[in-house]
Design a protein around this ligand. Structure first.
Ligand SMILES: [Zn+2]
Ligand SMILES: [Zn+2]
Length: 267
């Protein structure tokens, strides 16, 4: 039964990739015809939810524009994540979300477009001397999807910036559920012990400056679990670069202890 579903999904993905080759180019997000392959129509381009400079300097979550820049969000002030910084070019919404969904569902060829947007956010994080580590998929999920989308992005970023790609240096040894909608303690329990460093890579990760690569950051729990594992293995610092970032809750200014935030944190 599972094998049949796997086969049907593979055929669907194969047909999708084939259609990309023989059909006239279409907007990645809305399928409107466009002049150039792997591009967006003017409307989708204009509506991309760009995360500007006004974001938490640590976790990268968009902050209300009236906030000062160079600020932390409330969650990072209360309990800083183990990674040093995180950046994403887009919020997980609108055209960026459509691109992400297509990329996860067979459109592996979209990785150069997405990686270019990521590279612009932090060129120094993909430069020589850095180690790029894609967030690993569990082998069951890898078998179903056929590729690790984070690895495809990391390969592109390595080619653009010259960093070292640590393929399979970080392993996912336990499958985890999506952390969206969980409380902080549930998220930590869900991801605890899910990752480990490949023994053959341990010496290369010691004192290393690492850029963790993923397609989307939702709650940040997965990135935090990876960073914790890498710091325990002796890494000097871990930064996180993703294509999109979910802004899951309204981020109240940190001087104002907003009760909505309190409820979200406890529930
Ligand atoms: Zn479009
Ligand atoms: Zn933050």
């Amino acid at each position: 039964m599972a094998a049949t579903r796997l086969f049907v999904e593979s055929v669907k993905k194969g047909l999708g990739a084939f259609a990309d080759l023989v059909m006239p180019p279409a907007c990645l997000a809305c399928k409107t015809p466009v002049a150039t392959a792997l591009s967006l129509c003017p409307d989708c381009w204009a509506s991309l939810p760009v995360i500007g400079d006004c974001c938490c300097i640590q976790c990268g979550v968009p902050l209300p524009t009236e906030w000062q820049t160079e600020s932390h969000c409330l969650e990072c002030i209360r309990k800083p994540p183990p990674f040093t910084q995180s950046r994403a070019p887009y919020a997980y919404d609108g055209a960026a979300r459509q691109i992400m969904l297509g990329f996860k569902n067979g459109r592996a060829a979209w990785s150069p477009v997405m990686a270019r947007a990521m590279a612009r956010m932090a060129p120094e994080w993909i430069a020589p001397g850095r180690i790029l580590l894609p967030v690993p998929l569990h082998r069951w999920r890898l078998a179903r999807r056929g590729y690790n989308q984070a690895l495809l992005l990391a390969q592109q970023l390595r080619d653009m910036g010259g960093a070292t790609l640590g393929r399979d240096w970080l392993l996912r040894i336990r499958n985890t559920r999506t952390t969206r909608g969980m409380t902080r303690s549930q998220r930590q329990r869900n991801t605890a012990g899910a990752f480990r460093v490949h023994p053959a890579a341990a010496s290369r990760l010691r004192d290393a400056d690492i850029t963790l690569i993923d397609d989307v950051m939702t709650t940040g729990a997965t990135a935090a679990a990876c960073a914790r594992t890498l710091l325990r293995a002796g890494a000097r610092q871990v930064d996180v670069l993703t294509y999109a970032r979910v802004a899951a809750v309204p981020h109240a200014p940190y001087l104002d202890m907003d009760p909505i935030w309190e409820n979200h944190d406890q529930s």
